[in-house]
Design a protein around this ligand. Structure first.
Ligand SMILES: [Zn+2]
Length: 444
């Protein structure tokens, strides 16, 4: 199986490559990356079968050719943080609709969180997710196992058995592990199985209902806010525990300046800590909640302008390792309710690239930095060998997009089953043209 991508601007941060190249993919791998690859009439691959060349059967099928002129060809995007909702909440999303949304957004690998029903806290559920995602056959789905049984924060989930079944990390995401001794134990286990520990950092006693930032907007709206400290207390604790256990810690959806300072300082000390931010925490402040807009209700909440400025600075400096969507689909009846009762989160897979391209346009980061934050560095964090790069021999997971195409975000056209986004109707630039997984076109 051959596929040739021609004339695209190949951006591969892992190799410091940014230029016009052709890429030939053979049997799911990157086979050649050169200035010009011509298959027709070359010695290696004659266009016509040579007469009398033997009785080896039919000539090879001609390669698929993608003309990527004017487009960016990047290693496939890797989302470290999605909620695909299956099993249990298929009315919000399922493995098929969720991976269709991922493919449409340019993602070739997604990590899915454990807060399904039943919870992914044992190998049976992990195996179900892995098998079902394979049957759907679009993008690569890698489950994250729960830290605690039932996400209840009381006793450890079956971490070792889930590791055998295919999880690459553990997290109670959606909930915070409030018991520090349990979190320590989880880190010790995780280290033994070489798993990533992903922290949803939120002191639940302090955050309360917690889907709006504590500050002027919350006061004016008369809503109970969650202070930055609710996040920073747990970030500090988990860094301390990572130092104690030497586990690999990844801070999910980091949202405050203080958390960023903690991560920056820990990295300087050599702690194995990484962090992600979401596009919405980079694009919106708590002002977006005015009018009691439940599309902007989330945990951690949208923060102040100073926090957003600090996160953008953190991106520029490289302290932030990845951009992750925290894709959190909810049905409209769960959002069209009183603010404090609304489900938290927003769908993000299909809006991540155009939103992030605004950061490039506003000169916060350069385009190769963005590719790195969406692909190269997430691959490294998750420990995916042969992904996050277009090196010869790596997986032919490729995202091909036009960074300049102007359009409007239209939630009614999402592949996702859910429409909960505060970005509906936004004017953006950037569209994914093709998504390839193992050399196969999964979105066009
Ligand atoms: Zn979370």
């Amino acid at each position: 199986m051959k596929l040739l991508i021609k004339n695209g601007r190949v951006i591969d941060p892992a190799q410091n490559r940014d230029g016009i190249f052709d890429i030939l993919c053979v049997d799911g791998k990157v086979h050649r990356v050169e200035k010009k690859i011509s298959l027709l009439g070359s010695d290696e691959n004659p266009a016509q079968p040579v007469r009398g060349a033997g009785v080896r059967g039919a000539p090879e099928a001609p390669p698929t050719i993608i003309d990527a002129k004017g487009l960016v060809v990047a290693p496939g995007f890797i989302d470290l943080h999605t909620h695909l909702r299956e099993p249990g909440y298929e009315y919000k999303e399922d493995l098929k609709s969720g991976t269709e949304a991922a493919a449409a957004g340019g993602f070739t690998t997604v990590l899915c969180m454990a807060n399904t029903q039943p919870v992914n806290d044992n190998a049976v559920i992990t195996e179900f997710i892995v098998r079902k995602a394979r049957e759907v056959g679009l993008v690569r789905v890698v489950p994250v196992g729960a830290i605690s049984k039932g996400l209840e924060g009381k006793s450890l989930a079956e971490i070792g058995q889930m590791a055998d079944a295919g999880i690459i990390g553990v997290s109670d995401d959606g909930r915070c592990v409030m018991d520090s001794a349990l979190m320590r134990k989880a880190m010790q286990y995780a280290r033994g199985f070489n798993l990533l520990v992903i922290s949803h950092a939120e002191d639940e006693d302090l955050s309360g209902p917690g889907s709006i930032n504590e500050g002027l907007v919350a006061t004016e709206l008369g809503l109970p806010g969650s202070p930055n400290a609710a996040e920073e207390i747990i970030v500090a604790r988990d860094i301390a525990l990572a130092e104690l256990t030497r586990a690999r810690l990844h801070v999910a959806h980091l949202s405050t300046r203080g958390s960023l300072d903690l991560v920056r300082a820990a990295k300087k000390r050599g702690v194995a800590v990484t962090c992600e931010v979401t596009p919405h925490h980079l694009m919106l402040t708590d002002e977006a909640v005015r009018g009691y807009r439940t599309e902007a209700s989330m945990r951690p909440p949208l923060r102040s302008a100073e926090d957003v400025a600090a996160l953008r600075k953190g991106l520029k400096e490289g302290v932030i390792d990845a951009i992750a969507t925290d894709h959190a689909p909810h049905a409209s009846f769960e959002k069209e309710v009183e603010f404090v009762k609304a489900a938290h989160g927003l769908v993000g897979l299909e809006t991540a690239l155009p939103l992030c391209l605004k950061l490039v346009e506003e000169k916060v980061i350069r385009l190769p930095d963005l590719v790195s934050l969406l692909s190269t560095r997430p691959a490294k964090i998750a420990g995916f060998k042969g992904r996050g790069t277009l090196k010869v021999g790596s997986e032919a997971d490729v995202t091909i997009f036009d960074p300049e195409e102007k359009r409007k975000i239209d939630a009614s056209r999402f592949r996702s089953k859910s429409r909960n986004t505060p970005f509906d109707g936004w004017s953006v630039k950037g569209r994914v043209h093709y998504t390839l997984v193992a050399g196969k076109v999964v979105y066009e």
